[in-house]
Design a protein around this ligand. Structure first.
Ligand SMILES: [Zn+2]
Length: 320
């Protein structure tokens, strides 16, 4: 079983002329491949590049509609999950769970009411920034904003996401933003698709200090397949994934490492070419000394624990 914390498939399905269906396509993620890869849950990002769209909020809504249409068209295979219990209920019915996420906090346009409305529509995670500064904070883009943290509104967002039971994602966020979230958040948070900066000096990766803090706060880090975060090769190499996994494991312990492939968001030159081949990585990690129980933690238990802890079921977010 696998929980993958990040893919950009929905945004690609929306843009593409040919591959427009989640059931079967030529991308890294479709339902057939998810089945093959033993998917328990796939996190689907509503990813918005604010420079390419006129109205980021509206574009996120268009993507949300596409997502719901694809899930309805395949309702015997996949269903939306909003918390741990829904994920387990889906599993019992033989269905893959789809968690909805926002990748770019700018889509809420500096308004908590937009955040709450996305929550009401099923969104359970928000990546606070993508590669641009927004109302919430600053990204770790080309090392430009490392020391700039959350804005006053960003701090309100952290508190409101805690109250709602939404997962705070610090992937893409500046270093100072990471530390602000770490000190403010009352709940565990995640870096959904980032690797180790000690292994590859890229601003999208986490330092050892950050990995330790993330682990102390019961958060998780999803191992990312982007070549530039993994090493110097142009291909996303399994041997580099093992290098990062080993290091993150040594620094943060057994409870912090998870999977956040970034499928359909990275260049397609991958050792693991699609979601159906995840067992290649698992086998390689096993050969490198990871035990079956350690691999189960990485594959789904650490992320499952986090979902259970953060996405508490509340019936009415508008009371209290
Ligand atoms: Zn990303």
């Amino acid at each position: 079983m696998l929980i993958d914390l990040h893919c950009d498939t929905i945004s690609v399905l929306l843009k593409n002329v040919q591959d427009r269906e989640l059931r079967k396509n030529n991308l890294c993620v479709d339902i057939e491949k998810l089945r093959q890869g033993g998917s328990l849950a796939q996190f689907f990002a509503l990813y918005v590049n604010m420079e390419n769209v006129k109205n980021p909020f509206e574009y996120a809504m268009v993507m949300l509609d596409k997502f719901y249409q694809e899930v309805s068209a395949n309702s015997t295979e996949i269903a939306i999950a909003r918390d741990y219990n829904e994920m387990m209920a889906n599993m019992e019915k033989g269905k893959i769970s789809a968690f909805l996420t926002l990748e770019e906090g700018g889509v809420i346009k500096g308004k908590l009411e937009n955040l709450r409305n996305f929550y009401r529509l099923g969104v359970r995670l928000m990546t606070l920034t993508w590669n641009y500064p927004n109302e919430i904070g600053y990204p770790n883009f080309e090392w430009r904003y490392q020391a700039q943290g959350l804005t006053a509104f960003g701090k309100e967002v952290v508190a409101e996401m805690n109250r709602l039971g939404m997962i705070i994602d610090v992937s893409h966020l500046s270093d100072q933003g990471f530390y602000d979230v770490a000190s403010l958040s009352q709940q565990p948070f995640i870096a959904s698709h980032s690797n180790s900066r000690a292994m590859t000096n890229h601003p999208r990766n986490l330092t050892d200090d950050m990995i330790r803090i993330l682990a102390e706060k019961s958060g998780v880090l999803g191992l990312n397949f982007a070549a530039s975060f993994l090493g110097s090769s142009e291909t996303s190499k399994i041997e580099d994934m093992i290098r990062h996994a080993n290091h993150i494991y040594q620094v943060g312990g057994a409870e912090v490492l998870a999977i956040g492939t970034d499928f359909d968001g990275t260049a397609p030159n991958l050792d693991i070419i699609h979601a159906g081949q995840m067992n290649h990585l698992r086998d390689a990690l096993a050969k490198n000394g990871f035990t079956a129980s350690e691999l189960d933690k990485i594959w789904y238990q650490n992320s499952g624990r986090l979902i259970k802890e953060v996405c508490h079921s509340i019936n009415n977010i508008d009371s209290n």
